[in-house]
Design a protein around this ligand. Structure first.
Ligand code: COA
Length: 163
């Protein structure tokens, strides 16, 4: 059985992330979407909300499971005996950051864990969670960039904040 983990902040999941989820669930027997913590980021949605979104969006995908993890990614992988990490690559600007993480994870796992990169679909290569949040916070329309559920939750979030 080939198992993989797709870790990320997913704050929130965009259509670009969703595309990577669909494609990697076809490549592996089992895929875990791991809602993780990037210490460099301040999140709009809390972990429960990010887990809820990921679960709702993947409820029909039989080989996809959603979990959360707070510590080092590599600890989760070793504990669960999983040797593949999935990450999406957009523009060249992603490369250096992803390269550093992939090498660090490989080094920390004594060369057991590999990162598999999928190129984003060209439709989504300009998308980022920050861009979505910025557009949505200024009342812009993000439909077509994120799943409907995310679009709805963003609207609710920014309406609450402005009250
Ligand atoms: N389509 C659209 N957007 C994409 C994308 C795609 N295919 N692929 C990446 N992105 C964007 C995201 O929207 C996000 O945008 P943002 O920076 O504006 O929020 C950005 O690229 C990457 O975010 P995401 O994929 O959600 O995760 P991340 O980079 O925040 O996640 C972790 C990093 C959580 C995997 C990493 O910090 C981690 O492993 N943390 C655990 C602690 C640890 O082990 N640290 C050591 C790591 S070596």
């Amino acid at each position: 059985m080939k198992n993989a983990v797709y870790p990320g902040s997913f704050d929130p999941i965009t259509n670009g992330h969703y595309d990577i989820i669909m494609r990697s669930s076809n490549l592996f027997d089992n895929l875990i979407i791991l809602i993780s913590n990037n210490p460099a980021k301040k999140y709009l949605f809390n972990v429960e909300q990010r887990v809820y979104i990921a679960k709702e969006l993947t409820k029909d995908l039989k080989n996809v499971k959603v979990m959360e993890h707070q510590g080092l990614l590599i600890d989760f992988l070793v504990e669960n005996e999983i040797y593949y990490i999935i990450r999406g690559l957009r523009a060249v600007s992603d490369f250096e950051y992803e390269f550093e993480m992939a090498l660090a994870n490989r080094w920390m796992s004594e060369r057991k864990v590999d990162t598999v990169f999928l190129m984003t679909d060209e439709k989504y290569f300009y998308l980022s969670s920050s861009l979505i949040k910025q557009i949505s916070s200024l009342n812009g329309d993000v439909s077509g960039m994120v799943p409907d559920l995310v679009s709805k939750m963003l609207k609710e979030k920014y309406n609450q904040e402005s009250q």
